[in-house]
Each structure stands twice: as C-alpha cells, then as structure tokens.
Design a protein around this ligand. Structure first.
Ligand code: GDP
Ligand code: MG
Length: 692
C-alpha cells in the first residue's frame, strides 16, 4: 500500500469516527427507550398501552387475546418510547405460549425497561410475578393500576412502605381506564432508567443463597457477559428447561435437585409480609359480587341463565336492528335507483349497468344493510364481556368442558367465536397442549360468527316472521350443542380422559368502560366493513359473472349460466336435505369466500336490489316459490343449519392451516364439517318432513 493510499484510508477512518461521534451525540439529545408492559392477565396492560399510545387494541377479559407482542409509540419530554404490549402471565415459567412470548420479551437485550402493570385491587396475586421480574435486574417501575377500584372498595395502600419492600423501585398509582397518573408513570420510568437496578429484594434460605452465589461465580466465568446472573441462577435451581439448555451446568453438586418448591414458598411468604405491612382497609364494604354470583355461576342455573341472556341479546338484535334497518333501506334503494338512472343517462352498456346495479350494489349494499343488527350484537357482547360476565360463563361451562375432554380454557376461544372465528382460532394459543388446541380449533367454527347473522336474519325473517329472533337464537344453541357433542365424539374415539379444570379467576363485576366498548365495537364494525369492501366486493363481481355468462356468452336467463351448470352438479347431493335447487348450490359455494356472501348471492340470484328490505324479502320468497312451491320453513331451517355447520370461510381455513401447521389436519376438518353439515340438515329435513 503506497503512502498516499494509507493516508486516504486514515482519512476515511477518521471521518467515520467523526460521524459515529455525531450520531452518538444526537442519540444523547434525543433519547429512546424500549419498554415492555408486563403483568397478569386482566390487570389492564392493554388499556394502559392504548391510553399511552393512542392505539385501539382489543381489550378483553380472558387469556389469549393478546397472544403476540404489539408495539406502539409514545414519548415524554425529549425521550421517545416504544411501548410493547405483551400477553398476560402469572409467572415467568415457560409452560404456555404466552409465557414464552412474554418471558422472551422481558429478557430481550433490546428492552431497556419494564412497566410491571399490577392490578392494585388484587395486589397479593399480582406481586408473585413482580418478585420474579425484579430478579431479572432490569430497570422496572410498578404501575399500580385500577387505583380507582382500590379507592372505591375502601382499601388503602401504603405508598412509602410498598416501594421500600420492593427494592426501591418507583411505584406509581394509575388508572388506565380513567387515564390518571399516566404522566407521573412516564416521568418515573425515564428517570429510573438512568439509575441502575438492584437485583436483590428477598433473601432465600441460606442453603439456597449459597447455591445461588456458587452458580453466580460459575456463570460469571463461563458466560462473563451475562447480566441478571442471579435470575439465571435461581432458574437453574428451579430446574428450568430453557435456562438449563442455555447454560448447561455440569456441577451436580450444586444443582442436585429442583428447589422450585422452596423458592416459590419463599416468594409467597414474602408477599404475605408485604401485604401485612402495606394494605389496609378503611371500611370493609361487603362485596355485592357474591350475591349475584350465587345465581350467575350456580352449578345448575348458570347455564340456563346464560342462555336466557343470549336470547335477550338476539331479541334486541332483531327488534332494535329492524327499527334502524329502515334508514339503511331507504338509503340503499335511493342509491341503487340513482345509480341506475345515472348509468342510463351516461349511456353505459347494458352489461355494465347490470354489473354495477345488480352485481355490486346489490351484493355489497345488501351486506351493509345488516350493520344495525351487527352493531347491536357487538354492543351487547362488548358489554357482557367488559362487565366481567363472560369470564363467569367460561367458569360455568368448565365442568361441561371437562366432561367432553376439553380443557376448561377452551370455552374462552369459543365465546370469542361469536364475534369472528379467525381471532377465536388464534386464541387457542392460550391452551397448553397442541392436542387440546387442535380439538378446540375443530369445534370453534360451530360457534355462530357474526357473518352468519345476516343469513339467520334474512331466512328467519322470510320464513319465520312470527318467531324470527327465537329461530336465529336456536341456531346459536344448536351450534354450541354440536360443538360440545363433536368434542365428546373425538374424545370417545381417542378414549381420552377428563381434562383438568380451568383455573380462571373471576374479575370483579364493574360498569363497562365506555372507551373499551367503543374500541371493541368499532374494531368489529371496521372488520365487517372492510370485508364488505374487499372479499364481498370481489365475490359479488364473480357471482354476477357466473350468473350472467354462459357458454353462449352473456345470457338472459340465469338458468343458462355457468353458475346454473355448477349449481346443478350439487342438486342431487343437496336434495335429501331439502336444498335441491341450483341457486342454493351456487349460494353455498360462494359462501365459502365469506359466509355473508350467501346473502349477497341471494340478492344477485333473485335479482333484488335490497335483500334485507320487506319488498326484497317478499320478492325472494315469491321467486323461490315459483321455482319450488314446496320450499317452506323446514327447508329454510335446514339451509340455516347447513350454513352454520359447513366449511368455515376461507379466512378461517387459512388461519387453521397457519395455527395448526398442518394441511392434513385442515383438510380433515373441512371434510368433517362438510359431512356433518350434510348429515345434520338431511336428518332434520327427513324427520321434519314426516311431521310437516
Ligand atoms: P390486559 O389483559 O392486562 O391487557 O387487561 P385489559 O387492558 O384487557 O383490561 C382488563 C379489564 O380491566 C378491561 O375491562 C378494562 O376496561 C379494565 N380496566 C383496565 N384498567 C382499569 C382501571 O384503571 N380501572 C378500572 N376500573 N378498570 C380498568
Ligand atoms: Mg391485553
């Protein structure tokens, strides 16, 4: 290398150094922290996360809702903060997916600090995780959430003694729901991050402490860069699989057995001490919860009460939904009429007019007219969930679930299935074993999701005008019963044993939070709307195409179309179930894209602009009767049954594939559901025909 070249490299080197220095300074000016919110399920992590970042994540009352870490941005003074919401956990062991996800997040070197969210109204239970997190040795602040509830109940927490007993970390009383104390929390967080962190809060018995010290020395020599040595040592003594894999320790003399029991015991007795010194009751208000729960969670009456409440929800969905429907009806009729006139004026080709008015407007618009019903359904579900009732339903169902070989936890994803099957399938991650997950995935689609509501609304309004709400409600019950029977069947086949029961703790009843409800309902409506704009939009165009084109090009009569050809293949199969019309075949096929599409395709098939209006329904019924005079309420009921049970929509199938990781399982599920749908609706039709 010549002298000249050397100089140039040196120059380059120096300019690089300058650059790095500048960046370093910039970093100092504008700090940035990655902070994880960690806490028990239901302590308000997501509510806090939403309040701090302005996000609209789903807040809910059962495990499995936040199954992956979610990030959002916030800041305080000149510090930017990336906040991470994690799944709720009770301890840092590695048994469930949630625990794994959260533990990884907590230990990640990229995480600068932890906000340990604690439900102050059940401090005792929450502190167990806190003690474990403290041992990690990361900067941490305690967000003493639900402080409003604490006050309401006449409890008082000693705000001097509590931090003292927790290694002097900042303890900030907040209410995520009422948005109080949030600034102080961020302030404490940022200033505390600048200081270090003590790893020591509680001492274990001498024997264990000696072992921790010995392990600490070993690890310091084997893995010198390792922080939180104490935590790793403790985990080794607890015989933690993952830490053992990470730091294989050959000294059997130190880790001669698992000290897990002693370590847990020690934490609990320390918590007892903390509680004794920090928690006081000013006035003990008797919890009214007990009285209500004596009925709502009664081993026998619990289930009938649940069914009654759901029945009420459907009654509301129908009556209020119907009252609001008028507005949408006039709107859609006017819009559809105006569009037709406009296209005529513009001289649009006949096929284009037909595509826009009969294809897209009837297909997508028809779905939009169900918004009032969907809205009421979600509003009611959100209220039930946020008030704390849904957790009780899971509790009541626990014994039933155990008997059919499902984990008690499985009912939680199933309730979620009333909204949409996709997140419900994802929520099965909260289950411990892969086997339990698959069984739950298999039966969850039988819970009637909101996309099936339009089908029930339309068919029961058309064929059961006097008992529409009851008819729709019966679909929900049939779905649940079949889910349970299916689980029982699978269990018998496997000669499975009864499963362990659910360890769910019942949250206090409380007045639903307006913001939580708003976020919940809006998210669901948004999903519904975006589905109308995407899947249903495309499906409507496809349906219009297959019904308006045949081998001879564009056809006048849909009976000559490709759709009719396709539908006729299905007629012999569907006939025993009372569904032997090619139009129904087409509707069911297209319903695989999304279940609402069954309704859209009815609109397109029978050439009505607004299927959900009284005139539209009358036209469809008349049309059906002119094609098949025998088609009556029994047939309609069987059609609803078929829609309830057959293949879930493509989005669900894709999710099942992703979550189970197996095409074989997914295909088996599809086959099972197709056969079941056919068998049940055929059975009902054949038996029903004898009586009707
Ligand atoms: P996560 O499981 O920890 O994410 O908990 P969520 O954020 O889903 O909250 C559980 C429930 O507690 C929701 O119904 C919230 O509305 C409610 N909640 C959260 N923070 C507070 C609070 O500060 N006060 C009260 N009263 N309720 C809260
Ligand atoms: Mg959450």
């Amino acid at each position: 290398m010549s002298c000249h070249e050397k100089q140039r490299t040196n120059e380059k080197q120096r300019s690089k150094e300058r650059q790095a220095k500048k960046e370093g300074q910039a970093k100092k000016q504008k700090k940035h922290l990655n902070v994880a919110c960690i806490g028990n399920p239901n302590c308000g992590k997501t509510t806090l996360f939403n309040a701090l970042t302005g996000s609209k994540l789903k807040v809910a009352n059962w495990p499995g809702v936040t199954v992956e870490r979610v990030e959002g941005e916030t800041g305080y003074e000149d510090t930017g903060i990336t906040l991470i919401d994690t799944p709720g956990i009770y301890s840092l062991t590695c048994y469930t997916i949630e625990e794994k996800v959260t533990r990884q997040c907590a230990m990640d070197d990229g995480i600068d600090a932890i906000i340990n969210v604690v439900d102050a109204s059940s401090l005792e239970r929450n502190l167990y995780l806190t003690l474990q997190l403290l041992e990690l040795g990361k900067p941490m602040v305690l967000a003493l959430n639900m402080i409003d509830v604490v006050k309401e109940r006449g409890m008082e927490i000693d705000m001097h003694r509590l931090p003292e007993m927790l290694g002097d970390i900042p303890v900030v009383p907040v209410s995520a729901a009422k948005r109080t104390g949030l600034d102080i929390l961020l302030h404490a967080l940022i200033h505390h991050c600048e200081e270090g962190m003590e790893e020591y809060v509680l001492d274990y018995p001498r024997e264990i402490e000696e072992k921790i010290a010995a392990l600490g020395v070993r690890m310091q020599t084997h893995y010198p860069s390792h922080s939180s040595v104490r935590w790793h040592a403790i985990k080794l003594l607890e015989d933690d699989e993952e830490v053992k894999r990470e730091h294989p320790i050959s000294e059997v003399s130190i880790v001669d057995r698992s000290y897990e029991k002693e370590i847990i015991q020690c934490k609990y007795s320390y918590i007892e001490k903390v509680m004794g010194e920090t928690l006081f009751y000013k006035s003990k208000k008797a919890a009214s919860t007990d009285k209500i729960d004596r009925i709502l969670t009664h081993p026998f009456w619990g289930i009938p009460v649940f069914l009654l409440i759901m029945c009420l929800v459907f009654f509301l969905t129908f009556t209020v939904g119907d009252a609001l429907k008028g507005v949408f009806e006039t709107g859609l009729d006017a819009f559809s009429g105006a569009a037709a006139v406009l296209l005529e004026r513009l001289g649009a080709a006949g096929w284009l007019q037909s595509l826009i008015v009969e294809g897209i407007i009837a297909g997508v618009g028809g779905i939009l007219t169900f918004i009032p019903n969907i809205f009421i359904l979600f509003l009611a579900l959100a209220m039930l969930e946020d008030s704390g009732y849904m957790a009780r339903v899971a509790y009541v169902m626990d014994s039933v679930m155990g008997k059919v070989g499902l984990s008690g936890k499985a009912f939680l994803p199933m309730i979620l299935g009333f909204g949409c099957t996709v997140p419900a399938i994802m929520a099965t991650r909260a289950l411990e074993t892969e086997h339990d997950r698959r069984k739950t995935m298999l039966v969850t689609p039988f819970m009637s999701c909101s996309a099936r509501l339009p089908i029930y609304v339309l068919l029961s309004d058309m064929f059961f005008p006097k008992a529409a709400a009851l008819t729709a409600f019966s679909m929900y019950v049939v779905g649940m019963v079949i889910a349970i029977l299916a689980a029982l069947g699978v269990n018998r086949l496997e000669k499975g044993k009864e499963n362990d029961s659910l360890l769910i703790e019942l949250p206090e009843y409380k007045r639903p939070n307006a913001r939580t409800i708003r976020i919940y309902v809006w998210n669901k409506l948004k999903d519904y709307l975006s589905k109308a704009g995407t899947t249903i939009f495309v499906a409507s165009i496809l349906i219009w195409f297959v019904l308006n084109f045949g081998t001879a090009g564009m056809v006048e009569n849909p009976a000559d179309s490709f759709g009719a050809v396709l539908g006729r293949i299905l007629v012999p199969v569907l006939a025993p179930a009372g569904l032997g019309m090619w139009q129904i075949g087409v509707a069911l096929l297209s319903g695989i894209s999304a279940k609402e599409v069954v309704v859209s395709s009815f609109a397109v098939l029978f050439g009505v602009a607004n299927a959900n209006s009284d005139a539209g329904m009358a036209a469809i019924v008349q049309n059906i009767h002119s094609l098949n005079p025998a088609f009556g309420p029994l047939n309609a009921y069987c059609l609803m049954l078929f829609c309830l049970l057959y293949v879930p929509c493509v989005a669900t199938v894709a999710t099942v594939k992703k979550e189970s990781g197996s095409w074989k399982f997914t295909m088996k599920m599809i086959a099972f559901q197709l056969i079941l749908a056919w068998a049940v609706s055929t059975l009902v039709f054949q038996i029903g025909s004898v009586f009707v």
